[in-house]
Design a protein around this ligand. Structure first.
Ligand SMILES: NC(=O)c1ccc[n+]([C@@H]2O[C@H](COP(=O)([O-])OP(=O)(O)OC[C@H]3O[C@@H](n4cnc5c(N)ncnc54)[C@H](O)[C@@H]3O)[C@@H](O)[C@H]2O)c1
Length: 335
């Protein structure tokens, strides 16, 4: 494979190492990839199995799937694994990902998100035929006012320790790409939702609390605006980037589905009440407005026109459709 910063090259996608493949998005990506007829290769899922991991991914049965438990900070082990499994591509999801936890304690976020990414890149530096895709977040750009969108040229202004750790890891990826001429791509994505998300995050938390009759905590007045992307659409975007994206390029992945937290909660309540044949007012009565998160970003929105124009990807799943699928899966998992 020819390499270079913004170089054109032919990428082999036969043996893919997915870091954090037991997490919410990584596991959706693996399942998505194993369903694609244009992917005939093998996947090695490398995950430490922290509290956020989905244990089902350790026993997933597929002839082209392999699970290995391990830490992305264990560089020597990763180097052996890359050689042993003849890895040609790394898709890097592994991270500490919950903003509230990063506010309580930032150190694990720097350790995993910054140092872990550095260790992976050091390993790739020794095996530079490997392509490295880094999964990042719109939160690196900071917050927006009422209008406008972030794009690939927006300056970095992270506001939470989580966002700062992701921003730092993005910079390390860029520096290794330029300095050591590694083959990399990087994507920023808006809020994901879908089956299998750890229930500390907004949508699964609200579903579980509705069903258990617990309070539905909404930060401030619930006026913060987020763009919501169905997780399988994110998986499709990453697969598109791996197949067609140019080395050295950054792609922003958004759905154009902006909702305030409070309006999203009302929509979720209506759909959940329909599914469970409950009175939505019963769920609405559980809403509690709680003290806002410190440094809470007001609005995120991404301009996804580059990935649409250059690679032909766009978000396919309307929010109500994705929410119905999500609700069905959480309700199924509870019985
Ligand atoms: N969830 C979102 O809405 C969203 C949006 C944009 C970007 N992202 C990014 O996507 C990626 C995946 O997010 P997610 O929501 O699936 O996260 P998640 O918290 O659900 O999963 C993270 C996974 O990483 C694993 N992990 C953590 N530390 C590890 C380590 N040291 N070594 C190996 N594995 C480790 C965990 O066990 C877990 O399985 C992250 O990089 C996150 O920053 C997430």
């Amino acid at each position: 494979m020819a390499r270079g910063f913004t170089g054109v090259f032919v990428r082999t996608l036969h043996r893919i190492l997915v870091t954090g493949g037991a997490g919410f998005i990584g596991s959706a990506f693996i399942r998505y990839l194993l369903r694609q007829s244009d992917f005939t290769g093998h996947i090695v899922n490398y995950d430490l199995l922290t509290y956020a991991a989905n244990q089902e991914m350790t026993s997933l049965k597929h002839p082209r799937y392999h699970f290995i438990q391990g830490d992305i900070c264990n560089q020597r082990f990763i180097e052996q694994l890359l050689l042993e499994h003849e890895i040609d591509t790394i898709v890097h999801f592994a991270a500490e990902s919950h903003v509230d936890r990063s506010i309580q304690s930032a150190a694990p976020f720097i350790e995993t998100n910054v140092k872990g990414t550095l260790h992976l890149l050091e390993a790739v530096k020794k095996l530079p035929h490997i392509h490295f895709h880094h999964v990042s977040t719109d939160e690196v750009y900071g917050t927006l006012g009422e209008s406008g969108c972030f794009n690939e040229h927006s300056p970095y202004r992270p506001n939470s320790p989580y966002a700062a750790s992701k921003a730092a890891s993005d910079h390390v990826v860029r520096a290794f790409t330029v300095t050591y001429r590694l083959s990399t791509t990087l994507s920023h994505c808006s809020n994901n939702y879908g089956p299998g998300q750890f229930p500390e995050k907004f949508i699964p938390l609200m579903i579980h609390h509705c069903l258990e009759g617990k309070p539905l905590p909404v930060y401030g007045q619930g006026a913060q605006v987020r763009d919501w992307l169905y997780v399988d659409d994110h998986a499709a975007a990453i697969w598109t980037i791996l197949q067609k994206g140019k080395s050295g390029e950054v792609y922003d992945i958004g759905a154009g589905a902006e909702w305030t937290n409070l309006n999203l909660l009302h929509l979720l309540i209506d759909l959940l009440a329909e599914h469970t044949r409950a009175d939505p007012e019963r769920y609405r009565a559980q809403i509690r407005f709680v003290q806002d998160r410190p440094g809470h970003d007001f609005r995120y929105a991404l301009d996804a026109s580059k990935i649409q124009r250059e690679l032909g990807w766009k978000s396919e799943t309307p929010l109500p459709t994705g929410l119905k699928k999500t609700i069905r899966s959480y309700c199924r998992a509870r019985v």
